[in-house]
Design a protein around this ligand. Structure first.
Ligand code: 1GP
Length: 243
């Protein structure tokens, strides 16, 4: 088993909750990175995710290289497209949008990426990605033209996540979408977690320490936060490692 996934499993085994800071290459100027990364390094963050729905070619490569100069945290690609794959990262979430029924996002992009992946030394982590309705349209929805799953349809969300596990996926990611009005509800998180034997990631619309704690208490093993850090770096102070 490769290092990043193995470390996620052993951290969870020892009762640790994980926090990923999402950096979108499209929204982030490399010049502002050293200051931002100093705050990340000082916080409870355990991972850095890099990705976005619309990113120019090469931007990810340049950004990951710059992040690596500023931090020892593992950098995990969370790609919106094949062009965002770079060997400079430590691992890649090989996301299959299992909440949707578009073959392109279930398997098509993956086939497209294989010739690139074959030549790279990059840990690949198969991940079942579920987009859940959050109160407004998000970038993932727009780009993939995929309908999110209704929040009220908890059993269907649970069954979809479980199907991902049974297909051999190593992580399940419940996504409300970047900047979501409603983050994933605790009852959805706990219902999915109860039925799952693989780590559960939750993201989208988490802006406060209370929301973060609610997600952890409900059963999230890892929470991903992007917008709150981009818009309000003071949020880092609330999540300082010595708090
Ligand atoms: C989006 O889940 C992530 O893919 C993070 O969302 O930007 O709302 O924190 P936010």
């Amino acid at each position: 088993m490769s290092a990043v996934y193995k470390n996620i499993l052993s951290a969870i085994d020892s009762g640790k909750k994980l926090l990923a800071v999402l950096i979108d290459p499209d929204k982030f100027a490399v010049e502002s990175l050293p200051d931002f990364m100093a705050k990340v390094n000082d916080s409870l963050a355990t991972h850095i995710f890099v990705g976005g729905s619309t990113v120019e070619d090469e931007e990810t490569d340049i950004l990951v290289e710059a992040i690596k100069r500023c931090s020892n945290l593992p950098v995990v690609l969370f790609p919106g497209d094949v062009t965002q794959i770079t060997e400079k990262a430590d691992a890649l979430l090989f996301l299959s949008l299992i909440s949707g029924r578009d073959p392109e996002y279930l398997i098509g992009k993956h086939v497209e990426s294989v010739s690139k992946l074959r030549s790279l030394d990059l840990e690949v982590i198969p991940t079942g990605y579920l987009l859940i309705e959050n109160g407004k349209e998000t970038a993932v929805q727009r780009v993939t033209e995929t309908k999110p799953m209704p929040r009220a349809d908890i059993q269907n969300i649970v069954d979809t996540a479980k199907a991902g596990e049974l297909l051999g996926m190593k992580l399940i990611y419940l996504e409300a979408g970047s900047g979501a009005i409603h983050s994933i509800a605790p009852d959805i998180i706990s219902s999915v977690k109860t039925d799952l034997n693989i780590p559960l990631i939750v993201g989208g619309g988490i802006r406060t320490k209370e929301q973060l704690q609610l997600a952890y208490n409900a059963g999230a093993d890892m929470v991903v936060i992007g917008t709150a850090f981009e818009q309000d770096e003071a949020f880092f102070n609330e999540l300082k490692s010595d708090n």
